[in-house]
Ligand binder design. Structure first.
Ligand code: SF4
Ligand code: SF4
Length: 170
């Protein structure tokens, strides 16, 4: 070590100068941080968040419980139980098979989007919604009640804008 390195003074002054620079930047509104929660940073248009299981135009669930999303999932976060559509249920499920149980473990999920890519029925999509935080692990197992979009027009989850950006990014 040189003499100046051994006395540490230049390194200490350099560190203080860096701190002072960031302090002045913050003071004059040029900070790279945001004052959350008053200020919120804009997400990328292709942000991958809370999944949605889509319905078709007639309000029927698109998912046929084929299991391809679960196979594609590297985190083994998806589980499902398939069931046969019964007579009179044609208005509920688009195809003869449907997912009676469909669960995503949000603690396992790495939001890679491979489930969305694997789905042949345009049933599962990631959205720009944040998965809320919680203290109870069990609450991160999202079942159909949290995944399937509502039938009513105001309860539908629009994925078209995000999907347009995803297609352009590919
Ligand atoms: S986003 Fe990735 S990790 Fe999450 S459920 Fe889909 S495939 Fe699995
Ligand atoms: S979400 Fe798609 S890939 Fe997954 S089980 Fe349903 S239809 Fe198959």
């Amino acid at each position: 070590m040189t003499f100046w390195e051994r006395i540490y003074l230049p390194a200490i002054l350099g560190g203080l100068w860096t701190t002072l620079k960031h302090f002045l930047k913050t003071l004059f509104g040029k900070a790279s941080t945001v004052r959350y929660p008053d200020e919120k940073r804009e997400f990328a248009p292709v942000y991958r968040g809370w999944h949605v299981l889509k319905r078709d135009d007639q309000g029927r669930e698109n998912c046929t419980a084929c299991g391809l999303c679960a196979v594609a999932c590297p985190a083994e976060a998806i589980t499902m139980e398939a069931a046969e559509r019964q007579k009179g249920e044609e208005n509920l499920y688009r195809e003869e098979k449907y997912a009676a149980v469909y669960e995503i473990n949000m603690l396992r999920c790495i939001f890679c989007g491979l489930c969305e890519e694997a789905c042949p029925k345009e049933a599962i999509f990631l959205t720009d919604r944040l998965v809320p935080s919680d203290y109870v692990r069990q609450n991160f197992i999202f079942g159909k009640e949290l995944l399937v979009e509502g039938v009513e027009p105001e309860k539908r989850i629009d994925v078209s804008k995000r999907q347009k950006h995803v297609t352009e990014a590919r």
